[in-house]
Design a protein around this ligand. Structure first.
Ligand code: GLN
Length: 504
């Protein structure tokens, strides 16, 4: 086995930061003493970037927090990292995560769990991009990259009082990102402010960039068509004008008011609605009836795709190899041993689950059903958004000349809202001790508010939300925040960011 995992490495992972690896030595750049040189073009200070450990960065290992990839270095760099470097970002660290992105609290890493920043070290930092959120929150990074398959950027943002943005599916390149579930995976960004993310994605034009090496990257012609449909809003301009909330309608999904919702989060959500109304917007109740089923569908589709993606880790081609006691590769002992010792429990659980739901006897009852639910989830959203979905609702693309009955038919229901406003997580950050005693199902339940947008491929952002505190409880005084999500129609990323910027 590789000797990559050493104590200093483990300590660094514990803090959420994986240090730069140089052959034979471990090198962690001393960030505090560093002078930030000016950007060669703009003269502005160089931003420090941190990158989740499932995204390839030259000169750093890419382990996905898994023993099976310990010491693995990808010989090329992810497109998104190169793009950000072009914007003046200097990658200073790679950050810890849940193994292969499977988890909600950054507690399934093969190396070490991640905790929240002081004084919240006893609490979950969220997952699976917990390390990136901690890097941002602690000031080590100005901007961090994570991946969001079912909430992994938004959840850590909600638990660390930072901002986490998941773009529309296919907007940002995933080339050089180790896949978890291809039909859901997106690269997301975390920062202390919305403005930082808005500048990188919209202001500097990341959203325009197609990557021919990523087959799911939206082609230029479609990007232009989608953008043209939203141009009237003037929030794609590099000047990033402030968006007025006057005339905008926000939907509050009734199905998100679940029994398990912490009363403090419910209150914070309701206060946020009032505040947004006081800024001139309208807030109306909407129904997303597929919400509960979305969670079940997600936990069928994501493991199914993962089981297929992870089949390549067999100890033959690359990564960890366990051939102790045998040199036999023919009867599968090497393969079985490698995978048994290389993957952690949560990953194995997902592989088993995914393999089962894709098997001939279970396929119809699970995988196919889940795909149908996924379509209904998307319909739920298309039904309530004012804007048509430019990918799935082609005829509704320009309805201006049609009469109302045609409009309604194409919209699958009455035109209603610009955005959805919902909590990111049902509770404030939970105690790590409690999380470690949870059943896997309890932890999956936590994703109930984040997976619907993932299944529908929609842009969503989590921003910090104030919640009421009980002055007599020391604990509650620490946890005076939750996460508030703004979800928009497909390719409405610029407005989602503009609204969040206005509101945060
Ligand atoms: N918690 C979810 C899961 O475990 C989301 C993970 C993610 O977005 N990478 O699958």
């Amino acid at each position: 086995m590789s000797t990559y995992v050493r104590h200093s490495h483990i300590r660094a992972v514990q803090r959420g930061i994986i240090p730069r690896w140089r052959p034979g030595t471990l090198h962690h750049r001393s960030l505090h003493q560093e002078v930030r040189p000016g950007h060669p073009d703009t003269g502005a200070g160089v931003d420090h970037g941190s990158v989740k450990d499932n995204i390839a960065v030259k000169g750093f290992p890419t382990t996905c927090a898994s023993k099976i990839l310990a010491g693995n270095e990808i010989p090329f760099e992810a497109t998104i990292v190169t793009q950000l470097r072009g914007q003046g970002f200097d990658v200073v660290s790679k950050t810890g995560m849940d193994e292969f992105g499977m988890g909600t609290h950054s507690t399934t890493s093969a190396f070490e769990n991640i905790c929240n920043v002081p004084p919240l070290e006893k609490y979950s930092a969220g997952g699976s991009s917990g390390g990136s959120a901690v890097a941002v929150r602690s000031g080590l990074a100005d901007l961090a990259l994570g991946t969001d398959t079912g909430g992994s950027v938004r959840m850590p943002a909600a638990y660390t009082e930072t901002v986490g943005f998941k773009p529309s599916y296919g907007m940002l390149s995933r080339w050089g990102v180790v896949p978890y579930a291809n039909s859901l995976d997106t690269v997301g960004l975390l920062a202390q402010t919305v403005g930082k993310i808005r500048t990188a994605v919209i202001g500097r034009g990341l959203y325009k960039e197609h990557d021919y090496r990523d087959p799911t990257s939206i082609p230029i012609s479609v990007r232009e068509r989608c953008t043209a449909q939203r141009e009237g809003y003037d929030c794609f301009t590099p000047s990033l004008a402030t968006l007025t909330l006057q005339g905008l309608t926000f939907g509050v999904p009734l199905e998100y008011n679940i029994e398990e919702l912490d009363p403090r989060i419910r209150q914070g959500w309701s206060d946020a609605c009032e505040e947004i109304q006081s800024l001139g917007a309208r807030v109306v109740p909407v129904s997303l009836p597929m919400t509960k089923n979305a969670l079940s569908a997600y936990y069928v589709i994501a493991p199914a795709e993962a089981s297929s993606n992870l089949a390549k880790y067999d100890g033959i081609r690359y990564g960890h190899r366990d051939n102790e006691g045998t040199s036999d590769t023919v009867d599968g002992i090497l393969y079985a041993r490698t995978r048994s010792t290389g993957f952690g429990n949560e990953v194995k659980r997902r592989i088993l689950q995914g393999t089962y739901t894709l098997s001939s006897e279970a396929m119809d009852n699970y995988f196919i059903q889940a795909q149908k639910v996924r379509r209904l989830v998307r319909r739920d959203f298309d039904r309530i958004f004012k804007l048509a979905n430019p990918l799935h609702d082609e005829q509704a693309f320009d309805l201006s000349d049609m009469d109302d009955s045609v409009k309604l038919e194409n919209k699958l229901g009455p035109t209603q809202v610009d955005f959805i406003l919902a909590p990111t997580a049902p509770t404030p950050p939970p105690l790590l001790e409690d999380v470690l005693n949870q059943t896997p199902l309890d932890s999956y339940m936590n994703d109930v508010f984040t997976v619907p947008a993932s299944l529908a491929g929609l842009p969503a952002i989590s921003i910090p939300m104030d919640i009421p505190v009980n002055r007599n409880s020391e604990e509650e005084q620490l946890l005076n925040f939750g996460g508030l999500q703004v979800i928009g129609q497909y390719w409405d990323d610029a407005r989602v960011l503009a609204v969040a910027d206005r509101f945060a």
